[in-house]
Ligand binder design. Structure first.
Ligand SMILES: [Fe+2]
Ligand SMILES: [Fe+2]
Length: 265
């Protein structure tokens, strides 16, 4: 079966209300104004949607960070581009990124909730995660570690119930490939250097990857794509930022393992 995986488009914009200057959004808006908007090109997301519609994979996966500060206008900008894919028959699995869950402001929280429900065509809500789904003979475990964190950090936290759910799913007899979807990578080569951007609470899940109870982790968050897999294609694949690098990943998943192709858009 074929998966097309993209991540981190990071639509942005200005402050959408005056309160944004008094919460974490000012950091994100500043960052967008002076940095991100010169690096992220949303036309690459349009190209991605066109490619996916033509390639007709069994599943399309987006591992989050649709926005820069999680404001409703930013979500709308990216949803306008994703609409043809959302309205197609191709299953679309979206998980929020830390930038989509940036602040605890009611209209921003409502925007990410509505986006999850809209992109899943009402199949699941944000509060339904973690969630297990099966498509074309492959199990997908959808995990959310994104909650608003402090001003200067992009931390993710897996809760005990997240890890317990994955552990329980992995304890069942393994009859088909298992793919875990997460915004944050499960592995981290530089936990000290990247301490401001890291995930906490994933140790047990890394153990399940090592024991091959989980075949593949698809993630984003890190904007440069990478592939950390063994000879059979088991391990972790990060799609990188589609709007920054202009790349997405096409993955063939079979009983013997996975193969990968990076596609430029
Ligand atoms: Fe990101
Ligand atoms: Fe992120």
């Amino acid at each position: 079966m074929k998966i097309i995986h993209f991540s981190d488009p990071h639509a942005g914009g200005g402050a959408e209300d005056w309160r944004a200057y008094f919460d974490k959004r000012w950091v994100g808006v500043f960052n967008y104004r002076f940095r991100r908007r010169f690096k992220h090109d949303l036309t690459k997301l349009e190209n991605t949607v066109g490619y996916i519609l033509a390639a007709r994979p069994d599943v399309a996966v987006c591992t989050g960070d649709l926005t820069s500060t999680g404001q409703p206008g930013e979500f709308q900008r990216v949803l306008d581009i994703l609409k043809p894919l959302r309205d197609s028959a191709i299953p679309l699995l979206y998980l929020p990124g830390n930038h989509d869950c940036y602040v605890n402001v009611p209209k921003c929280v409502a925007a990410v909730r509505e986006t999850v429900e809209y992109l899943s065509r009402g199949d699941y809500r944000l509060e339904d995660l973690p969630l297990l789904r099966e498509y074309a003979g492959v199990e997908f475990m959808l995990l959310n570690a994104c909650r608003p964190s402090n001003l200067l950090c992009s931390w993710g936290f897996l809760k005990k119930r997240d890890v317990a759910a994955v552990t329980e799913w992995c304890a069942a007899p393994k009859n088909r490939p298992r793919v875990l979807l997460s915004h944050y990578p499960m592995t981290e080569d530089h936990p000290v250097l990247r301490v401001r951007h890291r995930l906490f609470g994933q140790k047990k899940i890394v153990g399940l990857m090592r024991s091959r109870a989980i075949d593949l982790v698809l993630c984003g968050h890190v904007h440069r794509p990478y592939l950390k897999v063994d000879g059979s294609g088991r391990g972790e694949c990060c799609a990188g930022s589609v709007t920054r690098n202009g790349t997405m990943t096409e993955i063939e998943v079979g009983a013997a393992g996975c193969s990968f192709r990076r596609v430029a858009v």
